[in-house]
Design a protein. Structure first.
Ligand code: ADE
Length: 422
């Protein structure tokens, strides 16, 4: 049942209590964000700022929303993917946290964009995006909103690549901080977060035994590195496909087989795409796959696997269990997971809270930075300031009870000098 309520649009408000309990569970492993929330509650650095967020609607995102609200912001939220919403969280955000939330797991394309528009109807001052759909909507269809916006943030690699294209073409109209580029974001969220949560999605959807299987990972960026390492840890023989020679070389020296997809597709038991590009698995690959191969995507958009082509080549198509669809191509079964949408957030719960802690600390502090520098940042794509990045690493280590060494004065002087040598 879909419940349209005064503020927000969610599947079922009766799920709100369950969502609240799960949000609090996640909060217990987000200590850095909690610290920021406590400071925000005292200092109110976001007073009067309207934030439109288009993010995966998860327990971790709910804790980010609570933090922004503690800072005095007015926040509304829609989904950044039609299949990643946790319906109980969406209900709880409306019911308990005063965050109008427009998101229903499995929503169709029209509903997805209606929800984006509803969030934009608040006429935000800051956009907080994951994949750039919000920013694209503003620039293509709602340019009247730009005059009220003083900045934005972007969570993910795909979104940052799109922002850079916008900047190159002179299309971007306000400053946006590329949160993904912070070291405390991509080195942990993209690698360990995607690594673990993708396996989680794969196992929840299929319960497949990975030991001894041939698992292909397409793309060896930070996310691909994480997925390959976790598949390997579970005993799979990992093959990596790449287009970048340096990354391919890194994969070789990390101990994986590297080969073109045309070869890998013939021997794979499992294939996971995580490249950020389209048609990484295409007709010629489907044609040579083994009977029973599992294919899935964990990149941002659902165009890495050419699903229309797979449908066109199939004699039959049927859903076998949640998030598993069987396609029969020339008598061979190909199992597609989660409609080719990001597996970790569709079939599982996304990255663990402990890693989203740092990503969303970056988001919170970037929103504060944008507000403090309102009007003074030229249009462009910005990194998270280095001091923020380092501060988050320090807080995270502290929360884990880990101390590190500090440079002595003598060591500092040595590092700053050039005179002494062999
Ligand atoms: N992206 C990946 N995992 C996520 C999560 N748990 N919450 C929000 N965005 C995510």
């Amino acid at each position: 049942m879909t419940t349209e309520i005064a503020r927000g649009d969610v599947k079922d408000m009766a799920l709100a209590e369950r969502g609240k309990v799960r949000i609090e569970w996640a909060d217990a492993t987000m200590p850095v964000l909690a610290l920021i929330r406590r400071r925000f509650a005292q200092e109110k650095p976001l007073t009067g700022v309207k934030i439109a967020a288009c993010l995966h609607v998860t327990t971790e995102t709910a804790n980010l929303m609570r933090t922004l609200k503690a800072g005095g912001a007015e926040v509304s939220l829609c989904a950044s993917n039609p299949l990643s919403t946790q319906d109980d969280v969406a209900a709880a955000l409306n019911a308990y946290y005063d965050v109008p939330t427009y998101a229903i797991k499995g929503e169709d394309r029209d509903t997805y964009y209606r929800h984006i528009d509803q969030v934009l109807d608040t006429r935000p001052n800051i956009t907080m995006d994951d994949g750039n759909d919000l920013v694209t909507r503003i620039h293509q269809d709602r340019p009247d909103l730009v005059e009220g916006i003083f900045g934005g943030t972007e969570e993910t690699t795909t979104g940052v690549i799109r922002l850079q294209s916008m900047q190159r073409e002179g299309a971007l109209t306000y400053p946006i901080i590329a949160v993904n580029e912070a070291l405390t974001k991509h080195m942990f969220d993209n690698r360990y977060g995607t690594g673990q949560s993708t396996i989680d999605g794969l196992l929840r959807a299929t319960n497949v035994l990975l030991a001894g299987k041939r698992a292909v990972v397409a793309g060896y960026g930070w996310c691909g590195r994480g997925v390959a390492s976790r598949l390997s840890g579970l005993g799979a023989n990992v093959i990596v496909t790449e287009v970048d020679p340096v990354r391919a070389l890194e994969a070789v020296m990390d101990g994986y087989l590297v080969m073109p997809m045309a070869e890998a597709a013939k021997v794979a038991d499992v294939i996971i795409t995580v490249t950020g590009d389209i048609n990484v698995l295409d007709g010629e690959d489907f044609a040579v796959m083994k009977d029973g191969v599992i294919i899935a995507n964990t990149g941002h958009f659902n165009d890495e696997i050419n699903i229309p082509q797979l449908e066109a080549m199939s004699q039959s198509q049927k859903v076998l269990r949640d998030f598993v669809e069987e396609f029969v191509v020339e008598g061979k079964r190909i199992f597609l997971l989660a409609e080719g949408r990001l597996l970790n957030l569709s079939a599982a719960e996304g990255h663990p809270a402990a890693v989203m802690d740092m990503s969303f600390a970056n988001q919170s502090l970037s929103a504060e930075y944008l507000t403090r520098n309102k009007g003074s940042l030229p249009v462009g794509v910005y990194p998270v300031p280095k001091d923020i990045d380092h501060h988050i690493a320090e807080l995270k280590l502290k929360s884990m009870g880990i101390d590190i060494d500090v440079l002595t004065e003598e060591q500092k002087r040595y590092l700053a000098s050039w005179q002494s040598g062999t």
